[in-house]
Design a protein around this ligand. Structure first.
Ligand code: NAD
Ligand code: SER
Length: 315
């Protein structure tokens, strides 16, 4: 197996690459990103813009790539500020990857999101197959991406797979400009200042997940035999359904003096209000054995421990 990861310097990619390297060996993973970072990966890193088709093809061909984790994307809040860029990266970038996957017989993992749902989607226990009329450009690209991946599988036989990730919480790389970013920031600020000003309202409930579960989901889905999958490209998955207030309560179990206040950003609140409260992830559980390990308190304990080491702040 030779694996290419796009968008590898992002929040998810930066941790997925480490796990892939541990699992499949450093010579079998190539990490790529448009950004010029200082990657600490134990595998090869190449600068790659997924909009540069010929470059992508050259790398896939030269390295006999047969699995692509396609993470290069523009997230919800940034996308809303630049819809043209979001369309280019999230749609044209995906199409480039799918065309190359078709030509070189690669399987492709592409994350969708809770953002693929909209205000008239059932909010609680949101079914796997339901109304999807998102009102953000991010959501529009996510639904179209799900459909495009289905199309490449049905029409050309490309082995496309994907999940609808909820908001992801992690401690290695900061999130890239999404609506759920508060759920990461809150831990950094809890340690630095014992105080956080949240940009969403206190009772805004959204699905969330800790990074180790998010990574396990991606790899597990890519390893399952293809004939066991019915919903290939957009499995609902979730680990918890929580609000900013719930995060604050959980943090207070470890940092009793922690305070939260609210200064609502109307743009991101509008996006959050259009997303579900809780996903029904039974299709993922039934078809490929999806299960999360972390709940809110076990995640909080681990986040605070890891961040306290990273930031060298005791609590
Ligand atoms: P991120 O914003 O942290 O990282 C995206 C990476 O893509 C960045 O490193 C960026 O430099 C790179 N990139 C942007 N344009 C590029 C281009 N043209 N060519 C190559 N690289 C480019 O995003 P993430 O959180 O790691 O998300 C990865 C995927 O998971 C995305 O599809 C996202 O929609 C999805 N997702 C993420 C979350 C979350 O909470 N993090 C939730 C749901 C879905
Ligand atoms: N965390 C992502 C965002 O807020 C959800 O897809 O954009």
């Amino acid at each position: 197996m030779k694996i290419l990861v796009t968008g590898a310097l992002g929040q998810i990619g930066s941790e997925l690459v480490d796990t892939l390297v541990n699992r499949y060996g450093s010579s079998n993973v190539i990490a790529t990103d448009k950004k010029n970072g200082k990657p600490d990966f134990a595998c090869q890193f190449i600068n790659l813009d997924v909009l540069k088709n010929k470059q992508v093809e050259k790398i896939v061909k030269a390295n006999d790539i047969n699995v692509i984790y396609h993470l290069a994307a523009v997230l919800s809040a940034v996308a809303e500020g630049d819809p043209d860029l979001a369309w280019q990266v999230n749609m044209q970038g995906l199409r480039n990857i799918l065309n190359i996957a078709r030509k070189y017989n690669c399987s492709v993992f592409t994350p969708s999101s809770i953002g693929a749902f909209g205000p008239n989607t059932p909010k609680n226990k949101t079914p796997q197959d339901t109304i999807q009329r998102p009102t953000s450009i991010y959501g529009v690209t996510k639904v179209a991406g799900e459909l495009l991946c289905d199309y490449y599988h049905c029409k050309y036989g490309v082995d496309t797979r994907g999940v609808r990730y909820p908001g992801i919480i992690s401690n290695k790389t900061l999130p890239g400009g999404g609506t759920t970013d508060y759920a990461v920031e809150i831990y950094y600020e809890a340690l630095k200042k014992q105080k956080y000003t949240c940009f969403l309202e206190k009772d805004t409930v959204l699905d969330m997940m800790y990074m180790p579960d998010a990574i396990e989901a991606a790899i597990k889905l890519m390893e399952v035999p293809a004939d066991e999958l019915v919903h290939r490209n957009a499995f609902n998955i979730t680990a918890m359904s929580v609000s900013p207030q719930d995060f604050a309560d959980s943090i207070r179990k470890f940092i009793p003096d922690f305070e939260i206040e609210y200064q609502v950003d109307r743009k991101r609140q509008k996006i959050a209000d259009s997303w579900p409260n809780s996903l029904d992830d039974s299709a993922a559980r039934e078809e490929w054995g999806w299960n999360s390990k972390y709940d809110l308190d076990t995640m909080t304990e681990d986040m605070l421990e890891k961040l306290s080491n990273k930031l060298e702040i005791n609590y």
